[in-house]
Design a protein around this ligand. Structure first.
Ligand SMILES: Nc1ncnc2c1ncn2[C@@H]1O[C@H](COP(=O)(O)OP(=O)(O)OP(=O)(O)O)[C@@H](O)[C@H]1O
Ligand SMILES: [Mg+2]
Length: 289
């Protein structure tokens, strides 16, 4: 891969770059009026891995996600998907380049079943003509073709959703709705999925289940999907991710393996405050189990 000062390859044409990181950002700066929400932030997501993005409240995590997904244009910096510069690309174009995302509040269609959600998402990427007919008359949703059926079945199985495939999404608990959102994102066969606080609001059992689903998804996907996760549950992020990036006040203060992050003085200080005697502060990177 052609190197740059930042070590991130830049390839604006030709075949997709499969050797380098699936997603990368360099020198991202975002200002809201006088506030610098992100200052020269860079990040890389290797292929087929789980990467965590953590930091205290207001650190700039959601702002960085907005930049990566194309909802917010940075004042400076570049975003790359498989080495291709997508800094000026719309969210729709990025989706076609292999980027998917989930939202903190699952945005599901109440009248449709779990299976129909996954079928529709699959169609958005792989059968646009069928999708067009579906949109013209949603009541006559075309039955899935065989290849579509197989892929959808595999996904439902992988995410432990087979038993609720025919249930309407309106009746599902939050943990299951999150799984449906993730199944829907994966149905577009993305290279990378951005997950915005996927564990928030879940009870311990649901969180543990989702964490094991994430592991399974990355391990089993022959397509080698990557997951980039913003999450306040730092213990789970440390246990799941092969690499973690830590933001504080808009600056990248650390990046590295879970072991490196656990022992990083700047990270401990950001979460615990500078006062070493203040052991009552509840938030902070806990040791992973
Ligand atoms: N649209 C906006 N206009 C003005 N300021 C904003 C806007 N969005 C975010 N900010 C500010 O930018 C900074 C970073 O916010 P951001 O939401 O990215 O933090 P975060 O790390 O996601 O925090 P949290 O963990 O609370 O979700 C904060 O100071 C926030 O108040
Ligand atoms: Mg946020």
């Amino acid at each position: 891969m052609a190197g740059t000062d930042t070590g991130v390859g830049q390839m604006t044409s030709g075949a997709p770059d499969t050797a380098g990181p699936v997603m990368a950002a360099t020198g991202i700066t975002v200002r809201f009026g006088g506030l610098t929400a992100l200052s020269e932030v860079g990040l890389e997501v290797p292929t087929g891995t789980i990467v965590g993005l953590v930091g205290p409240n207001g650190a700039g995590k959601s702002t960085l996600f907005a930049v990566l997904s194309g909802l917010l244009r940075p004042a400076s910096g570049r975003v790359f998907l498989r080495g291709k510069d997508v800094t000026n690309a719309s969210p729709q174009l990025r989706a076609r380049e292999g980027l998917a995302r989930t939202f903190q509040q699952p945005e599901l269609f109440m009248g449709l079943t779990v299976r129909e959600h996954v079928v529709l998402a699959h169609r958005v990427r792989f059968a646009r003509q069928r999708l067009w007919r579906d949109m013209m008359d949603p009541r006559s949703l075309l039955p899935p073709a065989r290849a579509e059926n197989e892929r959808v079945d595999q996904l439902l199985e992988l995410l432990d959703l087979t038993h609720v495939a025919r249930a309407s999404v309106g009746a599902l608990p939050l943990g299951t709705s999150r799984l449906v959102e993730i199944a829907r994102a994966l149905a577009t066969r993305p290279d990378v999925v951005l997950l915005d606080e996927p564990l928030s609001g879940l009870d311990m059992r649901e969180s543990e289940n989702l964490a094991s689903v994430f592991r399974r998804v990355v391990e089993n996907d022959e397509h080698r999907v990557s997951l980039l996760m913003v999450e306040h549950d730092v213990a789970t992020v440390l246990s799941l991710s092969s690499k973690i990036f830590v933001l504080d006040f808009g600056e990248l203060i650390a990046s590295g393996t879970p072991a490196e992050i656990r022992s990083n003085a700047a990270v401990r200080s950001a979460y615990l405050g500078d006062d070493d005697d203040n052991n009552t502060t509840p938030a902070g990177p806990k040791e992973a189990p």
